[in-house]
Design a protein around this ligand. Sequence first.
Ligand code: TXA
Ligand code: MG
Length: 318
Amino acid sequence: MTIISNNMSKAVKILNNEDIVAIPTETIYGLAGNIYSDKAIRKIFEVKQRPLFNPLIVHLHSVEQLDEIVSEFPPKAKLLADAFWPGSLTLVLKKKSTIPDVITAGKETVAVRIPNHPVALALLKELSFPLAAPSANPFNRISPTKALHVESYFKNAIQMVLEGGECKNGLESTIIGFANNEPILYRLGAISIEEIENVVGKINVKNKKEKTPNAPGMLAKHYAPKTKTYLVNNIDKFITDYEDSTIGLLSFSEVITASNIKHIEILSKSGDLKEAASNLYSSLHLLDSLHLDMIVAQRFPDIGLGKSINDRLERATK
Ligand code: TXA
Ligand code: MG
């Protein structure tokens, strides 16, 4: 049985024993293990049913630990780290040869971040090794923002979910890589492009739905509910077109009523994109549990975190 508990010393014991624990971060819950334990890392891939070509993010508690992990730290990476760590930014940097290939899927680079969650930071400080942690969801499913989401996904496959409350940001970290020391956006996320560009100027964006994306995990279909999901510009038209279907509606801020709308989730009554982002996945989890014919989401404004939300919804609707 998977237990949900805030017993930190139990989590430490399990991790020291080369097993894995689901941990809270400010973005989403992660499935964590010792980066140097082949046993723990293989279990992460197995439990998630994640393909081995998809590398993991290494989680640290301080910038000082970076020396152990990376061999280069470009000036603009340092600027971004100073601005956003601890926080929802992952940097992809040249790795030290001591980092196991299974973490990086054989790449010369490694993804690192310092999470901004008191429980995650306290845990990392108790350990003598960094933690690799992908999102604590089975491959291609909606990311978890509550301990209960993780428990219902993995049931008996993991011993423990370390309780840390609901994830504040609710979207995965923004991933930035480098080419010739210049930043490139690999994944839209909890920190907007605008915030990044305020620190390092204009950046290159490579977040396309490519066959071979820079971040191997950014496949076109991802983050998907079991219920057929649509992302639409004109909600009213869609609702009339599908009048015989039962619909779960994901709305930004508007209340919309119609006889075929069986449930509505409003992500932010005040129209705040940050609040909407933080509620996105838990609303999708809820809508997906209602066994309706379809989930329909309204396209978000294409600015700030609206871009990140649209990105996830597009991948959920493939
Ligand atoms: O917010 C987050 O980033 C959460 C929390 C738990 O930290 N983690 C997360 O991990 O979203 P995951 O494994 O679900 O997504 C990591 C992404 C994948 O798309 C992977 O391909 C990419 O990071 N990635 C990891 N290492 C990489 C590398 N060396 N080069 C390019 N992309 C990399
Ligand atoms: Mg993931």
